[in-house]
Design a protein around this ligand. Structure first.
Ligand code: ATP
Ligand code: MG
Length: 210
């Protein structure tokens, strides 16, 4: 065999060995908890604090998870009526479902009774999704207010989180996270405002705020 032949053969062999190694790695990944692996550990992640970035960090996780083939769903507890923010347009393209709960209600609402009822109805829908086993990741955007205002009882939330399939990731965002939620969660990040363009008179912009 010529020297070239030897080289060719060893290249083929190297390729085959690499292929085998990749297959073995895939198998390990499957067994040991890759994205859909049996030993994947679902996390409760809380993004809180007064700085900008809580919702967008949750959306970033959704982007990452979706890219790994996880089934993700977004519930938004505060959403402007008929709002179609940049994230909603992108989520549509990714075919990731989102649901605005109590569309049109805000925590500034004068009608607190209505807000409470909507917040509770929103939680009922989110709880169903968390417990359904249909989703790998459920995001509850601005959910901390429903807890802080007492529209949803922490004990009910804790019970649902404990009862969920341990593979399900739950992401919760919003200011004023309850100490009980912080204690319960696996990962908590507090966004600390250093400065915000708003203070310099620069208003909300498409692509940055919505
Ligand atoms: P984002 O959606 O940009 O990640 P967030 O979820 O951390 O922001 P929220 O408390 O939900 O912040 O407030 C939403 C809006 O308030 C956003 O448009 C954001 O830019 C703005 N905002 C956040 N932090 C501040 C701040 N410290 N001063 C003024 N506006 C802020
Ligand atoms: Mg937010």
């Amino acid at each position: 065999m010529s020297e070239q032949g030897e080289e060719f053969k060893s290249l083929e062999e190297r390729r085959a060995a690499k292929q085998q190694e990749l297959e073995a790695q895939r198998e390990r990944h499957k067994k040991e908890g890759g994205p859909s692996g049996a030993r994947r550990r679902g996390l409760v992640i809380v993004n809180t604090g007064n700085g900008k970035g809580k919702t967008t960090a949750a959306l970033g996780l959704m982007l990452r998870a979706s890219g790994r083939g996880l089934k993700v769903k977004l519930f938004q507890f505060i959403k402007h009526e008929r709002a179609k923010f940049g994230e909603h347009r992108s989520l549509e393209k990714l075919e990731v479902p989102f649901q605005g709960l109590g569309d049109g209600f805000t925590w500034r609402s004068k009608d607190l009774d209505q807000s409470a009822a909507l917040g509770q109805a929103g939680w009922d829908a989110a709880k169903e999704a968390i417990l359904s086993g249909e989703w790998d990741m459920v995001v509850l955007d601005e959910f901390t207010y429903a807890l802080a205002y007492g529209w949803v009882a922490w004990e009910d939330v804790r019970a649902a989180l404990e009862a969920r399939d341990p593979k399900v990731h739950v992401i919760i965002t919003g200011r004023r996270a309850l100490p009980e939620l912080i204690e319960f969660a696996d990962t908590v990040t507090e966004m600390q405002p250093v400065k915000h363009a708003y203070e310099a008179g620069i208003g909300a912009q498409a692509g940055i705020e919505h």
